[in-house]
Design a protein around this ligand. Structure first.
Ligand SMILES: [Zn+2]
Length: 87
């Protein structure tokens, strides 16, 4: 009725794109499927936003785990819990 951006898409395309987003980010899709998803992201801003959010989240997690190892982080959390307060 009011959503013109989705008028050209059969609703299933969005579901499929979101369902494959993780695999797409992992780079585990065939070139054909990647192309299809890229095309859909070009046309569909809600899916593009979801993609950018996931992609940023991954970059953040990746850069954090590079900086400090999870063990160190866990030790920090454990010591905070032992002392009963954060500061
Ligand atoms: Zn979509």
């Amino acid at each position: 009725m009011m959503d013109e951006s989705h008028a050209t898409n059969s609703g299933g395309e969005c579901d499929e794109t979101i369902a494959r987003l993780y695999t797409f980010l992992d780079g585990e899709l065939t070139a054909d499927r990647k192309e299809k998803i890229r095309q859909h992201l070009d046309e569909c801003s809600p899916c593009l936003e979801a993609y950018e959010f996931e992609s940023e989240l991954r970059t953040m997690i990746a850069s954090k785990s590079k900086d400090r190892c999870p063990d160190e982080l866990r030790a920090k959390v454990a010591s905070i819990l032992k002392h009963g307060k954060a500061f």
